[in-house]
Design a protein around this ligand. Structure first.
Ligand code: PGA
Length: 249
């Protein structure tokens, strides 16, 4: 696994944006797995200023979206205009008022609750993911793959998951001031592992314990990001961190 340590989050965002644009201009990368979260805001800020032609043949596969209980008691996807919706996040951060077209943006849906892996089959049908851009949770989750063999085995596919209390606290946004939904549909660790290149991004001191565990901890679903060190993943993984997130290495 390679680790790239940049002086600041700004430099890190430049590095990741340039890497992604370099892959897209190479002509062999069409399918991106993309993440939401604060880490990606400065990266998307850079990507959305590129000319529209950069994204002519690009499909964006988003990692996850929240689920909520609907009035009839059944689980459904959060409304796409809800302030907490990741579909809204991507519209605002990457697609809206920008040159990046949203017509090729996909999200996992409630169908993955009944038929886990529907999204994986769609991705495979489109040729698979060439580049995955991933954030890292403080509890080492990738996507919403929360720690534990029973919830996030290394081979997991896109499915319904319940969120841990610490993730709901970490994702609470005071500007929105609503409780974070208790569940989501997320790509699995197995879905992520099928990508041909994995770039995991973490900035800030609060991520340094997670970076340390990712690199030095036990390889086990108790540390979901340790899947990056499986023999089939380690050679295609790059961690991009700033000095603050690298503090405990
Ligand atoms: P963050 O989220 O970028 O907002 O820190 C990362 C994650 O939880 O995956």
């Amino acid at each position: 696994m390679q680790v790239e340590i940049l002086g600041s989050a700004e430099e890190g965002a430049d590095f990741v944006a340039k890497l992604a644009l370099g892959r897209l201009s190479g002509g062999e990368t069409h399918n991106l797995l993309v993440s939401t979260g604060g880490t990606f805001k400065p990266i998307y800020q850079r990507l959305r200023t590129e000319p529209a032609s950069t994204y002519d043949n690009v499909r964006f596969y988003n990692q996850d979206e929240y689920c909520v209980k609907k009035a009839n008691g059944a689980w459904g996807m959060i409304d796409q205009d809800d302030p907490q919706s990741f579909r809204r996040f991507m519209r605002e951060q990457l697609f809206a008022d920008t040159t990046v077209p949203s017509k090729y943006s996909f999200f996992p849906g409630i169908r993955d609750r009944r038929f886990a892996g529907t999204y994986d089959r769609m991705i495979a049908g489109h040729g698979g993911i060439e580049l995955a851009l991933l954030g890292l949770g403080r509890n080492c989750h990738l996507g919403f793959n929360e720690p534990g063999e029973s919830v996030s085995p290394f081979g997991s596919v896109t499915r319904f998951v319940e969120l841990t209390p610490e993730t709901r606290v970490a994702n609470y946004d005071p500007a929105i001031n609503e409780p974070v939904p208790p569940a989501a549909i997320t790509v699995g660790l197995g879905t992520i592992g099928l990508s041909r290149e994995l770039v995991v991004v973490a900035f800030g001191e609060h991520k340094s314990p997670a970076i340390q565990e990712t690199i030095w901890g036990e390889v086990s679903p108790a540390i979901p990001s340790s899947m990056l060190r499986l023999p089939e993943n380690i050679g295609k993984t790059l961690l991009v961190v700033d000095e603050a997130a690298a503090a405990e290495l």
